[in-house]
Ligand binder design. Structure first.
Ligand SMILES: NC(=O)NCCC[C@H](N)C(=O)O
Length: 304
């Protein structure tokens, strides 16, 4: 049996699910897009092709190999986009939660059954139907759990709003000893630069107490300010609107010392190195066109 263990975003990674771009299907029709950045590339004729995305994910898998991380891949479903494993499930402490994801993406979960079979069924939790939640919005951070949400009355109008207020209440009930801190995110179905699709699209902790952050991703200034005060201004790398769009906050920590990042994120990668991190740079610019990057492609199962 596999013993799940995830307390935060950065402890030494031992086992992870990494998505796959194999058999991800043809370019979607505009009406099939479920995020504005994919839509933009569908309309411009620049939507990424399978072969290029497979190469990018292979490079990511190589980094895991270098650091002796055990990697599981989803089984391949025909013509199904399975790149973003992060959202379909998430682990907090010793429990794996089966996300109530966008219905268009529900199929992706069945492809990790071979991993679920290794886990004690008592450790697998399916939230009730009214709880909408995706792993990109959930970040365990030691005594805290950070959650990105959207609670406006127009929630049903946003295909980009994935985690609702029922989810925040549900996580609070599941972890009464943790401090659950939620953040209202800015949503746009049509403009990717004004859309924080998930919390990890505008914020992510790195190391033991630093963070990457973008102010405009947050709807409530006090909530953004809470993060600045919690981490300390000197420990924050504030990214621009364009850098959020490029997915700068969606790098991925293998340990408190090692961060996997996109090779063209020069300003961020230099800052990380100045802070003492080892930066493993890989190409991920094609996958970025689907409004997800490295954190989105992974689902950690065990961190030390
Ligand atoms: N955690 C993430 O931010 N995941 C990225 C998911 C992108 C995908 N195109 C979606 O809209 O669901």
């Amino acid at each position: 049996m596999m013993q799940l263990h995830v307390k935060n975003e950065t402890n030494q990674l031992k086992a992870v699910i990494l998505g796959t771009a194999e058999s991800c299907g043809p370019t979607p029709k505009p009406e099939e897009a479920y995020d504005p950045k994919s839509l933009e590339h569908i309309l411009a004729g620049t939507y990424p092709v399978e072969e290029d995305m497979i190469k990018e994910m292979d490079a990511f898998a190589e980094v895991f190999k270098k650091y002796n991380v055990e990697v599981f891949r989803p089984s391949i479903l025909e013509d199904c986009n399975q790149i973003f494993s992060r959202d379909i499930a998430f682990v907090i402490e010793d429990k794996l939660f089966h996300s109530n994801i966008l219905p268009d993406r529900e199929r992706e979960f069945e492809a990790i059954q071979h991993v679920l079979d290794k886990i004690d069924p008592k450790s697998i939790v399916r939230p009730p139907e009214e709880v909408h939640i995706e792993g990109g919005d959930v970040m365990p951070w030691n005594e805290y759990i950070f959650i990105g949400t959207y609670t406006g009355p127009d929630y049903p109008d946003y295909i980009t709003a994935r985690t609702n207020k029922e989810a925040v209440e549900f996580i609070k009930e599941q972890f009464p000893d943790k401090k659950v801190k939620s953040f209202e995110l800015r949503k746009s179905n049509t403009n990717a630069k004004d859309n924080a699709l998930h919390l990890d699209c505008c914020f992510q902790p790195v190391g033991k107490g630093k963070a990457i952050l973008h102010k405009n991703g947050f709807l409530v200034e006090d909530e953004y300010q809470w993060l600045v005060d919690y981490f300390g201004k000197e420990n924050i790398f504030e990214i621009t609107k364009d850098e959020m769009y490029q997915m700068f906050s969606n790098v991925f920590s293998i340990s408190p010392e090692v961060v996997v990042s996109e090779k063209n994120f020069t300003r961020l990668n230099n800052w990380l190195r100045e802070q003492g991190f080892t930066v493993e740079e890989i190409p991920y610019g094609e996958i970025a066109k689907q409004e997800g990057l490295l954190r989105c492609s992974t689902m950690p199962l065990i961190r030390e």
